[in-house]
Design a protein around this ligand. Structure first.
Ligand code: C5P
Length: 302
């Protein structure tokens, strides 16, 4: 009987994203607060004679199904650590918007690490999986862990932020995505070569999260990349303002964008804002969500 493993993995929003100057490596020092939210992709891996990727779900058309997909690289890393050939059929069921600033590709890679390890009985340690996640991308370690965390260095060095609070969000998506490297490059150009300020997350942001104070958090949310993504897609500025005029406690671009993230008071405010955004003509879709939620998790067989 062929074995299969399914892992469910959430999307993320950067509640705060401080970006430092560009380093020699091309990367930027970050000081960021991640929060995992309940928009999920599912990755199913099954025994097969060779490695293949199949895309399913509402964003299936938007992802590559070859070795350029991070999931492919994740499967290869796990196989190498297990000392076996990477042989699996991997189905990615996509509900996380693509090229949207919600770490969908990184989430799938994190899920593939867990799923392949389970399929091949690798019994890799958490440290081994974390090391592979870091190798795959700056956001991948957080997608393994989930919850709420402070991310430093390139975003891959994590410190959990404890909170029992539930934060309510609306995410507005757009048809055309933005490429992360291009957004960072635009920021560098806008800032100029003299920029040297190291990034920092204010203590008030961490306090608002641990206290579950959405009102305070809404006012404190900030994303340094927003300056760049808004110049690349000016409609984002209208969409953010529209949210603030329609009940949002705070509105920022999520990660490198173009998704806009609106923090709202409660579920009712989320419904009201999602309806208003959907009929505004400014955005493609409005999705309600809450966080923090767990990171990548193996689903039990039913
Ligand atoms: O780490 P990852 O491969 O996901 O990063 C994608 C791109 O985002 C990088 O190639 C780089 O252009 C940009 N990036 C950056 N600084 C970071 C993280 C990402 O410049 N800390």
């Amino acid at each position: 009987m062929s074995k299969s493993v399914t892992v469910r993995v959430p999307a993320k929003v950067n509640v705060y994203l401080g970006v430092g100057p560009r380093e020699f490596s091309g990367y930027h020092q970050l000081a960021t607060v991640f929060q995992a939210v309940n928009i999920y992709d599912e990755i199913t891996v099954e025994s097969a004679d060779e490695l293949s990727i199949v895309a399913a779900g509402q964003y299936a058309q938007s992802i590559p199904c070859d070795e350029s997909n991070l999931v492919w690289k994740a499967a290869k890393l796990v196989a190498a650590a297990c000392g076996i050939e990477a042989q699996a059929r991997i189905t990615i069921t996509k509900s996380i918007p693509v090229a949207a600033g919600m770490a969908g590709g990184s989430a799938d890679a994190a899920a593939a690490l867990l799923a392949c390890d389970a399929l091949w009985n690798g019994r890799l340690s958490r440290d081994q999986l974390d090391a592979m996640a870091q190798q795959l991308g700056s956001d991948v370690p957080f997608m393994l862990h989930g919850g709420c965390a402070l991310g430093t260095n390139r975003g891959e060095v994590l410190a959990p932020i404890m909170t029992r609070a539930v934060f309510h969000w609306v995410f507005a998506t757009f048809k055309d995505g933005l490429a992360t490297p291009a957004v960072y490059e635009r920021l560098d150009n806008l800032r100029g070569p003299e920029f040297s300020q190291p990034p920092q997350v204010p203590d008030e942001v961490l306090f608002a999260i641990t206290q579950g104070d959405s009102k305070a958090l809404g006012k404190l949310m900030k994303n340094d990349l927003q300056l760049a993504s808004v110049t690349m897609k000016p409609i984002l500025s209208n969409a953010l303002e529209f949210g603030l005029d329609n009940g949002a406690l705070g509105a920022i671009v999520s990660g490198s964008g173009p998704t806009c993230a609106y923090l709202v008071k409660d579920e009712k405010a989320a419904i009201d804002l999602a309806v208003a955004l959907s009929s505004s003509g400014l955005v493609d879709k409005a999705i309600r969500a809450h966080g923090p939620v767990h990171g990548a998790r193996i689903l039990p067989h039913i």
